[in-house]
Write a protein that binds this ligand. Structure first.
Ligand code: UD1
Ligand code: CA
Length: 460
């Protein structure tokens, strides 16, 4: 029998004190909700229905999961009401429904599978994932009777001092038989401290009907951590970061200070790469073997080849960088840059939407924008491609084996032919032929004894 999943994500997340919907707050560059969805997808459900409310348009925009259905819960009247709002979408579905909270990103596919397995084995109408923990604050407590059967979940706000002492908490993850779910939810009322329709009330309903409520106790109480405020956010981020970094270290990447290294869940890094502290490897970044990254480097949505060094304080987004390249320190490689094998881009160099051919060098203080640079080109310090005339952008073409003198201004559109040179300090506005030297400079005037003359004038 198939499984459907409901993700509860309509809440505003008041405790975040934010104008951004809670589930869109990022962890390592990815929204909280994306971690939940990644886990769910790995149990291959027939259908996924997201319950959205606050900021639903923003949420939909940020997630490009086309196969995921959503409903809008206009008023957030509680978790029971949220689940109930999906009933039309799931009307034709007969089977087990897994319910998860959109604000609990540590839930693993393995645990979800175990919960479903135990639900099916025990032929229960309702299974809940719980955990024993010392840190029970904010969670619903699991109440059992004398024979150990679960009879009720009581929310912290509704609990008395004795009930609050219970260490078994509700994770907010359930597996429920669909027929029972819809019937039970129609009986839930709002007679509680928060005047909400509590999903958790279906536990008591099942128990009173003499139905089997199955409990699967998670071994890992970390996994069910929910994010309610920014302290939780940072705690969960730390756990996810540690898991990701551990995975890379186990597979052969050296991370000098894992506590100060931030790698997105999708990033791929090959073995024998060394990552120095305070580096951020975000988005869909792929890094080859034997690279040196950092310290203090930001790389996002980029591809880095083998044996490449990205040095101190460099910033790279949406770029494709080849093998044996050296970038930085203090380089800014902007989107749509392609940097081929053996290139050196040095300090205080900005590259934008340009292609730099094999073995070329841009070692110091340059701006290369909208350019096509050939192989073995040397670009002198302080060179600037003047690509913008105030209205549109223009291209600079520099062919193989060109030598650009220091402080050359290349006013685009302009082309420097194969093997040509420019003189230092030139402003080049016209194309330069292959092998030529272009020099644009006023003649130097040297005035002799200048210092003495000036002194005399001043009467000294
Ligand atoms: C809920 C459980 C609690 C459990 C905890 C685990 C209830 C009544 N309580 O409490 O037993 O220990 O989760 O983390 O279910 N939501 C909606 N619509 C609403 C209300 C909430 O979509 O009308 C969503 C929220 O966006 C959130 C999730 O449901 O993703 C849980 O809501 P939240 O208010 O955080 O519930 P808790 O107080 O944490
Ligand atoms: Ca919560």
């Amino acid at each position: 029998m198939g499984i459907s999943v409901i993700v509860l994500a309509a809440g505003k997340g008041k405790r975040m004190r934010s104008s951004v919907p809670k589930i869109l707050h990022p962890i390592l560059g990815q929204p909280i909700i994306s971690y939940v969805l990644e886990s769910i997808k790995r149990i291959s459900p027939q259908r996924i229905v997201l319950v959205l409310g606050h900021g639903s348009n923003e949420v939909k925009k940020s997630l490009n999961y086309e196969q995921i259905d959503s409903v809008i819960q206009k008023e957030q009247l509680g978790t029971g009401h949220a689940v109930y709002s999906t009933r039309r979408k799931l009307r034709s579905f007969n089977g087990n429904i897994v319910i998860v909270n959109g604000d609990s990103p540590l839930i693993s596919p393995g645990t979800l599978k175990k919960l479903i397995g135990s639900h099916e084995r025990t032929r229960s109408v309702l299974s809940i994932l719980t955990a024993d923990t010392r840190d029970t604050h904010g969670y619903g407590r699991v109440m059992r009777n004398g024979t150990g059967h679960v009879v009720r979940i009581i929310e912290e706000k509704d609990a008395n001092a004795n009930q609050r002492r219970i260490n078994e908490i509700n994770s907010g993850v359930y597996c429920v038989e669909s027929g029972f779910l819809w019937k039970a939810l129609s009986q839930v009322d709002r007679k509680n401290d928060q005047k909400e329709f509590y999903l958790t009330d279906i536990v008591e309903i099942a128990s009173k009907e003499g139905k089997n409520v199955n409990v699967f106790v998670s071994k890992d109480s970390e996994e069910i951590l929910g994010i309610n405020n920014r302290v939780d956010l940072s705690r969960v981020e730390e756990i996810i970061r540690r898991r990701i970094n551990d995975k890379h270290m186990i597979s052969g990447v050296t991370i000098v200070k894992p506590g100060q290294t931030y790698i997105s869940p999708q990033a791929y890094i090959s073995s024998d790469t060394i990552i120095f502290p305070n580096s951020f490897i975000y988005g869909n970044t792929k890094i080859g073997a034997g690279c040196m990254i950092g310290p203090l480097v930001w790389i996002k949505d980029s591809k880095i080849g083998k044996n490449t060094s990205i040095n101190f304080s460099s910033y790279i987004t949406n770029a494709d960088i080849g093998n044996k390249v050296t970038i930085g320190p203090f380089a800014n490689i902007r989107p749509d840059s392609i940097i081929l094998e053996g290139v050196r881009v040095g300090n205080f160099v900005e590259v934008k939407k340009s292609r730099i051919g094999r073995l070329s060098k841009v070692p110091h203080l340059s701006y290369i924008g909208d350019s096509e640079i050939g192989e073995r080109v040397n670009i002198g310090a302080g060179t600037i491609t003047c690509n913008y005339d105030g209205i549109s952008k223009h291209e600079t073409i520099i062919e193989d084996d060109v030598f650009i003198g220091s402080d050359t201004k290349l006013v685009a559109p302009v082309k420097i032919g194969r093997g040509a040179s420019t003189g230092a300090g030139s402003t080049i506005t016209k194309d330069v032929d292959d092998g030529a030297l272009a020099i644009e400079r006023t003649k130097q005037v040297t005035i002799r004894n200048w210092k003495r003359k000036r002194r005399k004038k001043k009467g000294k």
